[in-house]
Every structure is written in C-alpha cells, then in structure tokens.
Ligand binder design. Structure first.
Ligand SMILES: Cc1cc2nc3c(=O)[nH]c(=O)nc-3n(C[C@H](O)[C@H](O)[C@H](O)COP(=O)(O)OP(=O)(O)OC[C@H]3O[C@@H](n4cnc5c(N)ncnc54)[C@H](O)[C@@H]3O)c2cc1C
Length: 384
C-alpha cells in the first residue's frame, strides 16, 4: 500500500490500515518534514496559538509500523501500479491512496503570481510559512491600517475558515490596533457557513472594525490593492485566497474528473472513478451533497478508505459507512460556534441525514473548549 500525502486524510488512512490489518505494508510519502494543521491556524494569526502548538511529527505513524518517506511524488503510473518520487526512485503499490489536499488557480486572479513572489500578497490557506508571514505582516501593520481578506467562490477548503479568520484578525485589532479595519471581500453572495452566528458575533464584538461585502469577487491584485469587477480597493495587508482545485499530483495523474478541478469517487470505498485501485480522499474529492471540504471530513474519508482497502486486500466485499462532520470556528479568543452533519449511503452516494446535525444555538466559551478538545483529539486520531 502506498499513501500520498500525510495530511488529515493520508495520515489517518495510513494509521488505520496498519491498526486494522498489521499484515499490510504501508508506505506514506509526504513532502514536508512535519504536519502543520490548518484548523487552529487562524488563532496563530491572532497571537492566541503558536506554530509549535499546531505542528506534529510523523513518529506516531512510524510507531504503527508505517514507513514514512519524506519526498514528493512526481508521477503515478496506474498501468504499472507505481509512483515516482522526486529523488528518481519508484515505489510499487497494490492499492494507492491519494490525499494531496488542494492547489490554487492563481491565474484566475490577474497579477497574483508576480505580487506573491514579491511577498506583497499571501493566501496562508495552507498552514506553514505563509501563516508565519501573515502574522508578521499583521504585527507590522500600523494602527489605522486595512487588512483585506478575499474569499474565493465555493467550493473551497473549509467553508467557515475565512469568516473565522476575519473574526480572529478583528479580535487582534480590537485589542492591539483599534483604529484598524478588516475588510472581507467575498466572491460568494453571502457568508457560506454559519452565517447568522458569524454576523451576530461581528455586530456584537467588532462594530466599526469588521466590514463584510458579499458578491465582491477579487479578479486582480497589485502591490497595495485588489481589484473587483467594479472598483480598486487599497489595503495594507492583502490576504487573497485564490480559487481551489484538487492538488497538482491528482491533476497530473488524470484523477480529476469534474470541472477540471475535482476527483469523483465511489463513496463506498473512496475509489477513484478515473483509475482502478486508486483511492482519493479529502479536499481533492468532488464533494458529495452537503459535504464540506474539512479536516473532519478527510479524517472520515480516510476511515472509509482504510476499511475498504483492508476488506479488498483480504478478498472481502467492503461495506458502506456512515460518517460525520464537525467544524468549530472561533469568533473571539475564547468563544466558538459549531456546525455538524451526518452522511449515509443511499444506494448511490452519501447523503446528509435529515434532522441530524445543525449549528450551535449561540457562540460560547463552552464551544471554545470543545473546539480545542476537537483539535487535540483529531491530531491524536490522525497521527499518534
Ligand atoms: C484556515 C483554515 C482553517 C481550517 N479549519 C478547519 C477546521 O476548524 N476544521 C476542519 O475540519 N477543517 C478545517 N480546515 C480544512 C482542513 O485543513 C482541510 O480540509 C484538510 O487539511 C484536508 O485534508 P487533506 O488530507 O485533503 O489535505 P491536507 O491536510 O492539506 O494534506 C495534504 C498533504 O499532502 C502533501 N502532498 C501533496 N502533494 C504531494 C505530493 N505530490 N507528494 C508528497 N506529498 C504531497 C502535502 O504536503 C500535505 O501534507 C481549515 C482550513 C484552513 C485553510
């Protein structure tokens, strides 16, 4: 078994295959030295958490008997059943799991790549060096400055993530630079997740600091300004999140099936509809109805795939699974809100279970405690 990507999907799948059948050899290929979590990374931007707190090594997986290879997969040969690494080596597989996360369509925002190379615009939509750089820009911005956050058209990874980020930056400004402003330019017509709860928090906690504009798609960026179809807006810190698609390796290997962006799968096994013996997980998938692109979902996809792989490699028929999603978002240092859903097999695909799940009644510190507990639990479930 080879697994590409040691994020929420890949790490969980590698661990659970080893736990459920220790006779299966699992090789995980991950290009980064350690796992850095996007969930909670918005708190790092506000100074409420740290990169150390959201990072984990891969020794936990090694203790489960997973062989962790630090390298980049540059090609998948589905006919020969092998993957090629950047160092030139080939690794053969019987079944392959691909959980590469997302990459970005930079060309859809005019000027993005040149301004990004100059360090004048960041997305920080993959936790890591850009998270640190964005925090530094926010710290260096003078009081009275404007932070612009642009949200791409859905689907993108973590529907509530941009609104949590806007809340966290506003919380930091309120405390450290109260004359500053957060301007959210959303390509979507309205807040795409937990809208009522976010808007309530913004009007209660950040009046005069946080401004939200829907149907405001950013189509261009230059040093110190972004452009929508209607106007040019100046900002001191530009945080433009470009449109998303499945990670590059899925694109290069012909796993993308839909809109040139996403990989359709059989939701009983996560097996690709484009390549037999290849299972695609997490953000890279063409989401089933009502299913967000989230770490919580990727972790659940991984369990479907792990169970299916164990059954298939042992000559048994995999059974469909019922899965759950829970996404917490902080709206202040201690208060959070939640959305959850349950998804079950209807004979064709996974569908949300009516009446199951929902959103928090109100923001609260109790939800904030649950959010931290959720994060620590999923990090342990995926990696320890
Ligand atoms: C700001 C923010 C906040 C978020 N908050 C939440 C939250 O509160 N709750 C929640 O559930 N979700 C949240 N998410 C979403 C969550 O981070 C993603 O949905 C999740 O990471 C998806 O898991 P994945 O396995 O698909 O991809 P990832 O976790 O991104 O993992 C992909 C891995 O594959 C590796 N990789 C890619 N290509 C290759 C290759 N060719 N060779 C080797 N390695 C490769 C990458 O280095 C990476 O480690 C948030 C996201 C953001 C940006």
């Amino acid at each position: 078994m080879v697994v590409i990507g040691g994020g929420y999907g890949g790490a969980t799948a590698a661990k659970y295959i080893r736990m459920w059948d220790p006779s299966i050899e699992v090789v995980l290929v991950e290009r980064d030295a350690s796992f850095v979590s996007c969930p909670i990374s918005n708190l790092v931007l506000a100074g409420y958490s740290s990169m150390e707190e959201i990072s984990r090594g891969y020794d936990g997986l090694r203790r489960h008997g997973v062989t962790v290879v630090r390298d980049e997969v540059t090609a998948i040969d589905t006919a020969r059943k092998s993957v090629k690494l950047a160092n030139g080596a080939d690794i053969a597989y019987e079944r392959l799991i691909v959980s590469p996360g997302v990459d970005f369509e930079f060309s859809e925002v005019e000027g993005y790549e040149s301004v990004m190379q100059a360090g004048a615009v960041l997305h920080a939509w993959k936790a890591g060096p850009q998270t640190v750089a964005l925090r530094r820009q926010l710290e260096q911005m003078s009081d009275g400055g404007v932070y612009v956050l642009s949200v791409p058209m859905a689907p993108y990874r973590c529907p509530p993530g941009p609104y949590e980020r806007a809340s966290m930056v506003a919380a930091y400004f309120k405390q450290a630079k109260p004359r500053s402003k957060v301007l959210v330019l959303d390509a979507n017509a309205d807040v795409t997740s937990k809208a009522g709860l976010f808007k309530r928090a913004w009007s209660d906690l950040y009046p005069g600091i946080l401004e939200y504009r829907g149907s405001a798609k950013v189509v261009g960026v230059e040093r110190g300004a972004v452009r929508t179809d209607f106007e040019t807006i100046r900002g001191d810190v530009l945080n433009v999140v470009p449109p998303h698609r499945a990670g590059d390796i899925a694109m290069k290997s012909g796993l993308i099936t839909t809109n040139n962006r996403w990989c359709d799968v059989d939701w009983r096994t996560m097996e690709s509809k484009a390549a037999k013996g290849v299972h695609v997980l997490g953000d890279a998938t063409l989401s089933a109805s009502g299913m967000p692109k989230s770490g919580s979902m990727a972790n659940n996809h991984a369990k479907i795939a792990a169970a299916a792989v164990v059954e298939l490699l042992n000559g048994r028929a995999p059974q469909p699974m019922k899965i759950i999603n829970t996404c917490y978002s902080f709206v202040s240092q201690k208060e959070a809100i939640r959305v959850s859903s349950v998804h079950e097999w209807d004979g064709t695909t996974l569908q949300p279970v009516k009446g199951a799940g929902g959103v928090s009644a109100a923001r609260s510190e109790a939800e904030g405690t649950y959010a931290w507990n959720w994060a620590r639990t999923i990090w342990a479930d995926s990696l320890a």
